[in-house]
Design a binder for this molecule. Sequence first.
Ligand SMILES: *[C@@H]1O[C@H](CO)[C@@H](O)[C@H](O)[C@H]1NC(C)=O
Ligand SMILES: *[C@@H]1O[C@H](CO)[C@@H](O)[C@H](O)[C@H]1NC(C)=O
Ligand SMILES: *[C@@H]1O[C@H](CO)[C@@H](O)[C@H](O)[C@H]1NC(C)=O
Ligand SMILES: *[C@@H]1O[C@H](CO)[C@@H](O)[C@H](O)[C@H]1NC(C)=O
Ligand SMILES: *[C@@H]1O[C@H](CO)[C@@H](O)[C@H](O)[C@H]1NC(C)=O
Length: 492
Amino acid sequence: MENLYGNPSFSLLLFLSLHLLVVSSLYQRFSPVDNYLINCGSSDEVSVDGNNRKFMGDSVKSDSVLMCGTRTISIRDSNPDLGLSPIYHTARVFTKPSKYEFEIRDKGTHAVRIHFHQLNSAKYDVSDALFHVSVNGFLVLSNFTGYDNENARIKEYLIWVDAEKLVIGFIPSKRSKFAFVNAIEVISAPKDLIADTAQFVNGDSVENFDGLTKQALEVVYRVNVGGPKVTPFNDSLWRTWVPDEEFLKFSEGSSRVYTSGRIRYQMGGASREVCPDNVYNSARVISSSNATVPNHNITWGFDVVEGYKYLVRMHFCDIASIAIGLIYFNVHVDGHLVYKDMDLSYITNEVLSSPFYADFVVDGDSSGVLTVSVGPSSKSFPYAVDGILNGVEIMKLNNSMGSLDGEVSVEQVLKNWPRGNIGVSVALFASVCLLLTASLLMHRRRVGVKDSVAWSPLPMDISKGNLKSNNQFSCGKCCIFLFKYIVLCWLY
Ligand SMILES: *[C@@H]1O[C@H](CO)[C@@H](O)[C@H](O)[C@H]1NC(C)=O
Ligand SMILES: *[C@@H]1O[C@H](CO)[C@@H](O)[C@H](O)[C@H]1NC(C)=O
Ligand SMILES: *[C@@H]1O[C@H](CO)[C@@H](O)[C@H](O)[C@H]1NC(C)=O
Ligand SMILES: *[C@@H]1O[C@H](CO)[C@@H](O)[C@H](O)[C@H]1NC(C)=O
Ligand SMILES: *[C@@H]1O[C@H](CO)[C@@H](O)[C@H](O)[C@H]1NC(C)=O
């Protein structure tokens, strides 16, 4: 096959871009422009991750909120497990299609995390939860129960946002079912998180895959190879990385390595926001301790669904070699050679412990397992490292229906939802909104601006032109008076 990376112009480009390197400003915390952390079904602000992050309640303590909440219900776990994160003590329940809207100030890729945890509520039986979830027009979950024994389920998506808002919809699968959510995170991603081009593994050839940023991506696996679990507390973007043991398919002759030394992030390579030190500082290697280069790979396998494309991001950082220029190995995805004679020393401009990642797109095939391997190449040296991997991420791409979970689009789901008399309910809702708005404004004039945080952003929002919809009494417009940046209302 073509060795893409042996292509001189590609290598030259890579070399030049790395040659201009400046060691990026280290240890500067990433501070996202959009950073919404929502504790659903609660009016309380709660702290998680060692008090580093505050999730604000989605119901504000004022009678006005009840209005938008008349048909959403908040429930609280009467008897939460000791040690259960406070964001899982409450949930918001929806018996009709509903949505949250987030004002977006920073266009581009956003990380969306949606948290679900089984709640013990007298009013709602979890077995009646069955619903669909949409994010900005992509169907991300369908016929979902939210249920996973005692563990929280955290679904993460990377979504490109080109508009002024991001919309997350919750749609019960039918009238007798309900939807729920415990917490939501919407965070603008660092600009370098998703590059627009990856290498598409098409049989034994590798070609460009463009337009990656515009796909909806679901993070299915995020693995810290050779190391321990990395929690949001230790990740620059509050991600979770799990250990690799459960994914190892073949590891004979491999070993784990760890460094306590510094990870040397460089321009042109991975940044700390793309993958943190805690992932790069451990790896699994295949190495030769004598004159014979071993003749096997290390292989990991991941369950995937046929009919979707997957983005495979492999993280490399040579923390194992004793000197530069000694590491050469091959990289395979689904048994296809995708990177021949990878020369990490060259790629990183001859800096050890300098991170680099490579993105591949591959079709999920009928075997239902996606494999990645690293192993010796014909250039591998004896008495040296002959294969290394520090981390791997597997992300699912939306299909042609704009779905990540089935052959159904959001439009079809909404069209099929049994509706009542929409005209009447919209009119009714609009008039309630009008009344409410008027009374709120009067109330506000009476009590002044200072008494309630919920009101202070109002003039600012208007001056920024956020309420520019023509529809004077639209739900969103009404509810914007109730929440600072979040609108919670019915789709119908
Ligand atoms: C949900 O499941 C039902 C019954 O299996 C199926 O008919 C429907 O298409 C599914 N809906 C979605 C959105 O996947
Ligand atoms: C963060 O990482 C350090 C080691 O780098 C570890 O000792 C600590 O337990 C981790 N903290 C959490 C909350 O995961
Ligand atoms: C080299 O080491 C490997 C395992 O470490 C062993 O299986 C192999 O027999 C050794 N080769 C020689 C020539 O000693
Ligand atoms: C590594 O795996 C690939 C793909 O499965 C295979 O073609 C290759 O022969 C293997 N290399 C070694 C040294 O086992
Ligand atoms: C994902 O959705 C986008 C926008 O709807 C579409 O352009 C793209 O082709 C879809 N991706 C795939 C792999 O079908």
